[in-house]
Write a protein that binds this ligand. Structure first.
Ligand SMILES: *Cc1c(COP(=O)(O)O)cnc(C)c1O
Length: 372
């Protein structure tokens, strides 16, 4: 069966940004002739801090920098361990290495695929200097439990919210549970710029001051270097202005993502697929990920039907070639099984109902034998 239909993309910037006056925001910045650390950045930081419910927002150049600077702000020392998961695309590991630390891998929960509290409890006996919990695919981790464990062990908790802008539980949003929260505004994220961007949020005044210095040469004020280890990681005015146009639409965009996820969950309920555990407020539906032993077959079938898919993420951190076998003695069965069976289906704001139904039909056809 070869389809002559247009391929449904995994994500479309054109559809997601439809109807938003991004050109107007760009013109505003052009006319201001202020391009770095001006009014748009200050306003976006205040607006995003208020939205998330955290006192301070320090915008940075991207989500990876956000994680690295969070670790530097916590004064991570060379060789110290940082607990993180192994099924979230290596972003934590990248930042940990940049900050001079070493990842301490923690197993994930079989249902949510986010850090398992019981596994963290064991890992905390190794006295890591910090913990990074990733709200994977937009699903809030068991973050209250993780935060309680970190608090009683005296270990700071960083939330990686790069996929979970606006996810909430009990009226609290992702980023307001730990000591520091890191966000990415990469174009495909739930709140996405037209280029790279990121932010670090914290309620702690001292950490906020350190983060402000770290993102800009270590400055306490212009040309006064208060701390070593600073760099240049700033969000620019153009991206801040674009993000300010999009922030007021985040709730609506997340609602559309969730509605698509809910339709899929309902349509796939009887199929031999593992589905996302929640389509409620605690899931920002950044990615709609199913798990199946027949991943390669299903992906090939969907490609034939004109439905784009991807795998988030195919290689567990501990199996990455860069480690050269360093973790060969480590086994994380749930994380590794997830990497072998997970696949993502199209789910984004602006995705038409008609395309959602085409995806539903194409998946159903595979399991009814038409594509098997
Ligand atoms: C995208 C992402 C990052 C990295 O953000 P960049 O802006 O691309 O550097 C970190 N963590 C997670 C979970 C992500 O999805």
């Amino acid at each position: 069966m070869t389809s002559n239909k247009r391929t449904i993309p995994l994500f479309s910037s054109a559809l997601a940004n439809q109807g938003i006056d991004l050109a107007g925001a760009m013109r505003r910045v052009l006319e201001s002739n202020s391009f770095v650390m001006g009014k748009e950045v200050a306003a976006f930081e205040a607006e995003f801090a208020a939205y998330t419910g955290v006192a301070h927002c320090i915008s940075v150049a991207n989500g990876t920098d956000a994680l690295e600077l969070a670790l530097r702000a916590l004064d991570l020392q060379p060789g110290q361990q940082v607990a993180c998961v192994a099924n979230a695309g290596f972003y934590s590991a990248t930042a940990i290495h940049l900050a001079g630390g070493v990842p301490l891998y923690v197993e994930v929960d079989e249902q949510s695929l986010t850090m398992a509290p019981q596994a963290l409890e064991r890992a905390l006996r190794d006295k890591p200097a910090a913990v990074i919990a990733t709200h994977l695919y937009g699903q809030l981790a068991d973050i209250e439990q993780l935060a309680a464990l970190c608090r009683s062990a005296g270990v700071p908790l960083i939330e990686d919210c790069a996929q979970s802008h606006g996810a909430s539980r009990g009226g609290r949003r992702a980023g307001s549970f730990g000591d520091i929260a890191c966000f990415s505004f990469y174009p495909t994220k739930n709140l996405g710029a037209l280029g790279d961007g990121g932010a670090v949020l914290t309620a702690n005044d001292a950490l906020a001051a350190r983060l402000r210095a770290l993102r800009q040469y270590g400055w306490s004020k212009k040309y006064e270097v208060a701390m070593l280890g600073g760099g240049n990681s700033r969000l620019d005015e153009l991206q801040a202005a674009l993000l300010r146009e999009k922030l007021p639409l985040l709730e609506q965009h997340n609602a559309r993502r969730r509605a698509i996820a809910a339709r899929y969950n309902q349509a796939f309920a009887k199929l031999p697929l593992r589905l996302p555990v929640s389509v409620g407020a605690d899931f920002a539906a950044h990615l709609y990920v199913v798990r199946t032993e027949r991943r390669e077959g299903l992906r090939a079938h969907l490609a034939e039907c004109g439905v784009a898919t991807d795998v988030h993420y195919p290689i567990a951190d501990i199996r990455q070639p860069a480690f050269g076998g360093r973790y060969d003695g480590v086994s994380l069965p749930v994380s590794e099984a997830a990497c072998a069976s997970a696949m993502s289906l199209p789910c984004f704001p602006g995705m038409p109902d008609e395309d959602v139904e085409r995806v539903v039909e194409a998946v159903a056809a595979f399991f009814s034998g038409a594509g098997a």
